[in-house]
Design a protein around this ligand. Structure first.
Ligand code: AMP
Ligand code: TRP
Length: 328
């Protein structure tokens, strides 16, 4: 049996180049290694932990599905499904809630950050990491490819699994996180001290994967820079240029020191102009593929139906084992 890779993105906000460089690009690489059983989920039940408009949510679920496919997640090699189509996720989350200490959830930094932005903090937002643990553990996952901000959640998942196994017997496999060293944390274009975020109020914070070429050019042009003129990777003194160098390296597949050499003696404007063209060129095939998929909703529906069926087959076995172990 192949080891399992599992990951997901919530269908909220605009999927951006940070999501791609930090997480989804890893999925495509792991998929093409042919070493794993790959399972990728559209985590709609995570999206509703903050208020959503039903019509917009439906549209976002569709968008994220098409993006997975357009980015190269291949339904022949990977299972693609929507979380709410497999009811085992919510059910296992409930069981795991009964072994998760309140204090562990209270120290989750993502919860603290998101809670600050909400008028009313919902119980679902607080329990979000438990649902994420259920996602991962249902498939006896070995590898969870994500961006750096999710490391704390995967660590909590490990703790929950260990605790459950200690109390009730070995039901869950203990998963490991996989990070992409260079691009695990892409920062905002408008503020290099905060991560690029799809829930950012200012769209100049991110480049969405579906942004039109002229929008990309404009956003890179207006991205904040640091004082001085040198194109140099220096996180402490040049956080903005360092972030742009990371993005450049991620898309051009070049080490940062090589890029620094190319721009020796050149200014920010030239560097930014080239960077914008690289991003436009790299995203163009994805955008063409996306438009093609939009014309084929039947095919996409079938992929999701098959995906949910395949996922449910595994998930139901694990859920059964967990319930049985608990005496339910
Ligand atoms: P989210 O946008 O929170 O749904 O994240 C989806 C995936 O993208 C997760 O694996 C995140 O860790 C990753 N991710 C989100 N934002 C960034 C970022 N700014 N840099 C790198 N990875 C990110
Ligand atoms: N919490 C993740 C995020 O915001 C999304 C997610 C939900 C996830 N369940 C998961 C990622 C399971 C990996 C594995 O990005």
């Amino acid at each position: 049996m192949k080891e399992v890779v599992f990951s997901g993105v919530a269908p909220s906000g605009n999927i951006h180049i940070g999501n791609y460089l930090g997480a989804i690009e890893q999925w495509v690489e792991l998929q093409s290694s042919n070493k794993y059983q790959n399972i990728f989920c559209i985590v709609d039940e995570h999206a509703i932990t903050v208020p959503q408009n039903p019509e917009k949510l439906r549209e976002k679920i569709r968008e994220v599905t098409l993006l997975y496919l357009a980015l190269g997640i291949d339904p022949k090699k990977s299972t693609i499904f929507i979380q709410s189509h497999v009811s085992e996720h919510a059910e296992l989350a409930w069981l795991l809630n009964t072994v998760t200490p309140l204090g562990d959830l209270q120290r989750m930094t993502q919860f603290k950050d998101k809670a600050k932005k909400q008028k009313s903090i919902l119980a679902g937002l607080f329990n979000y990491p438990v649902l994420m643990a259920a996602d991962i553990l249902l498939y006896q996952t070995s590898v969870v490819p994500v961006g750096e901000d999710q490391v704390q959640h995967v660590e909590l998942t490990r703790e929950i699994a260990k605790k459950f196994n200690n109390l009730y017997g070995e039901v869950f496999r203990i998963p490991n996180v996989a990070l992409k060293k260079e691009t695990k944390r892409i920062m905002g274009l408008d503020d290099p001290t905060k991560k690029m975020s799809k829930s950012a109020e200012n769209p100049a914070n991110y480049i969405a994967l579906l942004d039109a070429p002229d929008v990309i050019r404009k956003k890179i042009k207006s991205a904040v820079t640091d004082s001085g003129t040198e194109i140099k990777y220096d996180l402490e003194n040049k956080p903005a240029i360092s972030n742009l160098l990371t993005i450049y390296g991620g898309f051009a597949k070049k080490p940062i020191n090589e890029i620094e050499k190319i721009y020796q003696g050149k200014g920010y404007a030239e560097f930014k102009k080239d960077l914008a063209e690289i991003i436009v060129t790299e995203l163009a095939p994805l955008q063409v593929k996306y438009k093609g998929l939009e014309k084929n909703p039947r095919k996409v529906k079938k992929i999701l139906k098959d995906g949910a069926k395949a996922a449910k087959k595994i998930a139901s076995q694990t859920l059964k084992a967990a319930k049985n172990a608990m005496g339910l």
